[in-house]
Write a protein that binds this ligand. Structure first.
Ligand SMILES: Cc1cc2nc3c(=O)[nH]c(=O)nc-3n(C[C@H](O)[C@H](O)[C@H](O)COP(=O)(O)O)c2cc1C
Length: 258
């Protein structure tokens, strides 16, 4: 929703509530086709992806759900030819990287919690920030700050472990690695949106974690607070771009009704 979109409200139980009805005209079969036709493509044609298409896909990537709405992701579209060459090398020369029309490095950031919590309150999409929401975003930066050598994290862990004996409590993310995982989860969801959006536009992709992290960090001048999650190679699927049929094990191994 942008600033020009009027906010719809309705009265529920005598109170004015934000109202965003679920759309009813989604084509399930089209969605299914996007999901089922997505494959990891490791050989692409020379056809470029139009800029407006890639921009649209990135915009859809950034609509992925994200923990506390804090959008801990970044996307580096590597356009400069020398940098692209170095990135292909960092991806250990994988064909999916070498032949891709576009290479996008998807990065999780752990150091924007405070900045984005403030931003959230400044850009809150309703005329008034509910008091609970305000308190939440005021507290979150403390919650997710591991402190020097995880010192704050250890204190919080100890305090919540005691509290947890009597009631459910948040068990993290407190330590540096837990906060990294926190950011990685939301970033991976954005990556999935990205590849599905590419598919919906008729293009394909390969997610790659087979890369030399040190080299990618150096190439993009990333600080320790920026974690390269994956490189997405994207382009038009070559005739022989998918190497074998998709393998998924029996659903009984994964889906449990308890
Ligand atoms: C996090 C992640 C990392 C991956 N890394 C690579 C990679 O480095 N190279 C590659 O060829 N494929 C990579 N893949 C693709 C997987 O091998 C592929 O998704 C899997 O074999 C299932 O095939 P499908 O995507 O066609 O369904 C990666 C996938 C994910 C989700």
């Amino acid at each position: 929703m942008n600033a020009a979109t009027p906010i719809k409200t309705m009265i529920i139980d005598g109170k004015e509530r934000y109202h965003e009805p679920a759309p009813k005209d989604i084509d399930l079969e089209q969605f299914r086709q996007v999901v089922t036709s997505r494959r990891s493509v490791r050989k692409f044609t020379n056809r470029p992806i139009p800029k407006e298409v890639l921009d649209d896909c990135l915009d859809m990537a950034m609509l992925a759900p994200c923990s506390s709405g804090l959008q801990p992701w970044e996307f580096y579209v590597v356009r400069s030819l020398p940098k692209k060459k170095q990135l292909v090398r960092a991806c250990m020369g994988q064909l999916a990287a070498k032949t891709a029309a576009e290479l996008i490095v998807c990065v999780a950031r752990t150091d924007r919690v405070q900045e984005f919590s403030r931003k959230m309150l400044l850009e809150w999409p309703m005329p008034e920030v509910p008091p609970l929401v305000r308190r939440y975003y005021q507290l979150i930066p403390y919650n997710y700050a591991p402190g020097p050598l995880n010192s704050f994290a250890m204190l919080k862990k100890a305090a919540f472990s005691v509290g947890g004996l009597i009631a459910p409590v948040p068990r993290g993310p407190y330590t540096r690695s837990e906060v990294a995982l926190w950011a990685a989860k939301s970033t991976a969801l954005a990556c999935e949106n990205l590849v599905l959006a590419l598919r919906a536009h008729g293009f394909d992709s390969c997610m790659m974690e087979g890369f030399d992290e040190q080299r990618v960090r150096k190439l993009l001048k990333l600080t320790d607070a920026a974690l390269p999650i994956m490189v997405v190679g994207a382009g038009e699927r070559a005739e022989d771009g998918v190497f074998w049929p998709q393998v998924r094990f029996d659903r009984s191994l994964f889906v449990h009704e308890v």
